[in-house]
Ligand binder design. Structure first.
Ligand code: SAM
Length: 184
């Protein structure tokens, strides 16, 4: 699936994901690479969104330049730590339960589909946690093509899908799925 075959980009689902968070640890794979103002619409500036919550944010990217840009865009934050490492390497050795995993990273027409699937497979997710996968608005679901079915097999439910796929694992009986509109 080529990037140019993308359907019209829908809104970012950052707020929808955050409003359903139960814990305090956000792991983001893929930092802000374009610090120009226009990038706020095009790229999302996801790290800023997570950082503004005050929750703990771990941001990883293979590009030193992207991490530098991200630090410049969001300014000094005590709650954000940065690692220049492959997202899969981080997740392979990560042991803390993750409350929100944001999978961005490589494009679907690079190795993004397999990358996203492996992220879902490797990530130690917390009870009632959230996986948000970027670039799913392609006719074949883009980065979500195999990652979404795997997450569903692993107990996550697809809450909504547009530009991103939002999946939640409902382990806590007190966490009523009907509170989440649009559950599939
Ligand atoms: C589209 S940009 C991320 C945009 C950002 N999340 C935002 O909303 O502004 C994708 C980033 O993923 C990074 N990336 C690509 N492959 C990666 C990998 N294997 N591990 C970690 N980061 C990766 C790229 O260097 C790039 O900075």
């Amino acid at each position: 699936m080529k990037v140019k075959e993308r359907r019209a980009g829908g809104p970012f689902l950052f707020d929808q994901a955050l409003s359903r968070m139960r814990g305090n640890l956000i792991v983001e794979i893929g930092a802000i690479r374009d610090g120009r103002k226009v990038a706020e619409a095009a790229d999302g500036w996801s790290t800023k969104k997570w950082a503004d919550t005050g929750m703990e944010v771990i941001c990883v990217d293979t590009s030193e330049a992207a991490l530098k840009t991200t630090k410049r865009v969001i300014g000094p934050r005590d709650n954000v730590s940065y690692y220049c490492v492959d997202g899969l390497e981080l997740l392979r050795y990560f042991v803390r339960p993750i409350d929100l995993l944001y999978i961005d990273g490589p494009n679907p027409d690079e190795d993004g589909q397999e990358f996203a699937r492996l992220c879902v497979w490797l990530a130690p997710m917390a009870p009632n946690s959230i996986i948000l996968i970027d670039d799913c608005d392609f006719s074949d679901d883009g980065k979500g093509k195999t990652a979404i079915p795997l997450a569903q097999e692993m107990g996550f439910r697809l809450v909504t899908k547009g530009r991103q796929a939002l999946l939640i694992r409902f382990d806590d009986p007190e966490f009523n799925p009907s509170d989440c509109a649009g559950i599939q």
